[in-house]
Design a protein around this ligand. Structure first.
Ligand code: GLU
Length: 290
């Protein structure tokens, strides 16, 4: 079986030890399996992406000894593809417009701590009820949500009966591995109606990532454990869009001394900083225990 891995950073800041761990793990797994490693620049949020961060990503990865086929793929060149997928889902009645602000959502929820899923606060459904009233085709770049209950119905199954699954070869935060199953009913309750087309963007991380993984022929996705629950969103979208589901390998997160996971702004652990201080790629591997 072909083994195609990828690393998909967003050029919104310096790569740190956590990114190095992800990229090196994917790279090592590609090599060990006689496969390929691809790079994808996830730059749909143009307000936060910078060319200098992109260049820094290329430099850091090459310095780590990682190579990829050129030219690199950039999500910002694929907006029409995302738009087409949004159109298809809209035509199938699976999306609805939503103009709720964070404040509107917070006000509509009585106990917010009870309703947080992999994509943040679970949407209370305020605009969903207007769905039949408003079937007018939305202007591009208006926010659109996925009707998760309808997504569960998709494929003629009865509500709650649809079972989604993926194979996990790493582990989730609770040690989940092997065949991971979840029902449409769970997705409605624990994920809810996520935004698939963000305001001013016409797409979202979730939509772009599944379309691009399929387009690049990715068979194995290696990424941090923080995205384990998010994978359920991706599996649902793959099913709706008729795309294959890769094998997922979620790895543990690299944390600082106090146990906090590293963030983009955590410059102290930026690869560039270690480089400037004279560390070599082998030192980075040692620091992330690879
Ligand atoms: N661009 C995303 C990030 O940097 C990629 C996540 C993924 O690997 O799917 O977090």
């Amino acid at each position: 079986m072909a083994h195609i891995e990828r690393f998909a950073p967003s050029p919104t800041g310096p790569l740190h030890l956590g990114h190095a761990y992800s990229a090196l793990t994917a790279w090592d797994r590609a090599l060990a399996n006689g496969g390929a490693f691809l790079l994808r620049i996830e730059d749909i949020d143009q307000s936060r992406c910078r060319p200098e961060w992109e260049q820094q990503i290329f430099d850091d990865l090459e310095w780590l000894g990682i190579y990829w086929p050129k030219p690199v793929m950039r999500q910002s060149t694929r907006l029409p593809i995302y738009r087409r997928a949004i159109d298809d889902l809209w035509r199938e009645g699976l999306l609805y417009p939503c103009n709720c602000t964070r404040k509107d959502i917070a006000e509509a929820i009585c106990a917010p701590q009870e309703g947080v899923g992999p994509d943040g606060v679970i949407y209370p459904g305020t605009c969903r009820d207007k769905i039949n009233a408003c079937r007018e085709y939305p202007a591009p770049f208006k926010p659109l949500r996925l009707n998760m209950a309808m997504a569960g119905f998709y494929g003629d199954s009865r509500v709650g009966d649809e079972v989604f699954y993926f194979t996990e070869t790493g582990g989730g935060p609770k040690g989940e591995s092997g065949l991971i199953e979840f029902t449409a009913e769970e997705a409605v309750k624990n994920i809810g109606d996520i935004v698939l087309a963000r305001r001013g963007m016409g797409t979202s991380y979730h939509l772009s990532v599944v379309l691009d993984d399929a387009f690049q022929g990715i068979t194995h996705v290696t990424r941090g454990q923080d995205l384990f629950e998010t994978t359920k969103i991706h599996v649902i979208l793959q099913k709706l869009l008729g795309l294959p589901t890769p094998v997922y390998h979620h790895h543990a997160l690299i944390r600082d001394e106090s146990g906090k996971r590293l963030a983009k702004r955590d410059d102290a652990r930026a690869i560039a900083r270690f480089r400037a201080e004279g560390a070599g790629p082998a030192d980075i591997r040692r620091m992330v225990r690879l």
